[in-house]
Design a binder for this molecule. Structure first.
Ligand SMILES: [Cu+2]
Length: 171
């Protein structure tokens, strides 16, 4: 009997690790005539959700990058709704401020060089692609026109120039 419980526990642990998922988001321009383009890969790791974003054809400078509530990019990105903020907390920078001081979607900024390309590589503790308290699958990554200055309420990052729905693609 006791042996059966142990076996069950092993199966449960194995099952939860098999839930480590991977996904991506293809970012495209929200405005007609814009060539903004990007890809994001998302992977559940033991340390958290790893998000690697690469963008191209973006005006040089620092641009806010967030996960927004809904996986829809219509109406110049506005259909994605507000920042993903399941805990109803203030705006911040998730790696620095944690879930109490930042929206779960507050990824900060991406630096774009003179050639119009930029890369961001973050691992976000307790954020997950699927399942858990803070899951981002089915939401959207938004690239903003301006820098996220971390001011309230939303970081003052301006319009949404790129958008990509987060799709879970495999384990
Ligand atoms: Cu945003």
């Amino acid at each position: 009997m006791r042996y059966g419980w142990v076996l069950g526990a092993i199966i449960l642990v194995g099952g939860s690790s098999a839930c480590a998922e991977s996904g991506n988001a293809d970012l495209s321009a929200t405005q007609f005539g814009s060539a903004v383009f990007g890809t994001a890969t998302l992977t559940d790791t033991p340390k958290g959700l790893r998000v690697v974003v690469q963008v191209a054809h973006v005006p040089p400078g620092t641009h806010g990058l967030h996960i927004h509530q809904y996986g829809s990019c219509g109406n110049e990105g506005k259909a994605a709704g507000g920042h993903y903020n399941p805990s109803g907390v203030k705006h911040g920078f998730l790696p620095r401020d944690g879930f109490r001081g930042a929206h779960a979607g507050d990824l900060g900024n991406i630096e774009v060089g003179a050639d119009g390309t930029g890369t961001l590589d973050l691992t976000l503790k307790d954020l997950r692609l699927g399942g858990g308290k803070y899951s981002v699958g089915g939401r959207a990554i938004i690239l903003h026109e301006k820098v996220d200055d971390f001011s309230q309420p939303l970081g003052n990052a301006g319009g949404r120039i790129g958008c990509g729905p987060i799709v879970i693609t495999g384990e």
